[in-house]
Design a protein. Structure first.
Length: 76
């Protein structure tokens, strides 16, 4: 994502493909600035369409990489 993107912009980008349940742009803990990536929650077919349509597309000068999040395992 462009470093200027916020939650509203991320939600608007994906809402063209269906209902967005949530959208969150991740930020750097130290500076509070955008880390250049985020998470979007959508349902089944709409999510698949959004991933296929936006993956590799350019948005505000940055190429988007869109994929399904994987569960992280707990490390102890």
């Amino acid at each position: 994502l462009p470093f200027s993107a916020d939650q509203n912009e991320l939600q608007a980008l994906f809402s063209a493909y269906g209902t967005v349940e949530s959208a969150r742009v991740m930020s750097d803990r130290g500076t509070g600035r955008s880390s250049g990536f985020g998470f979007v929650e959508m349902e089944g077919a709409e999510a698949e369409t959004a991933m296929a349509s936006l993956g590799g597309a350019e948005h505000q000068g940055r190429k988007l990489r869109v994929n399904e999040a994987e569960k992280r395992t707990q490390r102890y």
